[in-house]
Design a protein around this ligand. Sequence first.
Ligand SMILES: [Zn+2]
Length: 178
Amino acid sequence: MHGFIIVLLTEEEAQQGKAHLLHHIEKIVYPYKRAYDQGDERVCGCADETGAANPNCEDCKGTGKSPHNPNGKLDYWVLGGRYEGFIRNGKIDPQKSIGDFFTELINFMSSSSGNVLPDSSHSEIDTNVVPIDHIHLNVLREVWITPDHGWVENIFNFTDDPRQKYKDHWVAGIDYHS
Ligand SMILES: [Zn+2]
């Protein structure tokens, strides 16, 4: 499944150049990835209060440390992608939304190594990163990742107008695979 996320940025963050920007977005999205894939495994759900793990646990194999994030929502993401331009024009290109199996597979394999996907996997900044007052109204009900509330399914639970609440911010539109 694919979905769309609006990532909030400061103006400075939005304008730091593509390589830095992609790494910055990765930092924001990482807590919501299904796998702790940067060598930072956490305590497995099978462990009891004393930290003792179930030796037969399929997840951690008894080590008590798991690469699986209980708060995970996605496998990997790309800037724009199937939702190229969506953040500023509110339209999804039906051609792009079909995707292709081979690209998906490559993305899945490279994301499991914990790296940001190569530049060529991402769409351009211009059409997918905009000042918040340029966000299309059709897009406001999508998922947001905000500095103050984290992953937000419905931004209107927190504000009547996210464009006011996050005035002077920029927004990046990313395509995520779950
Ligand atoms: Zn376990």
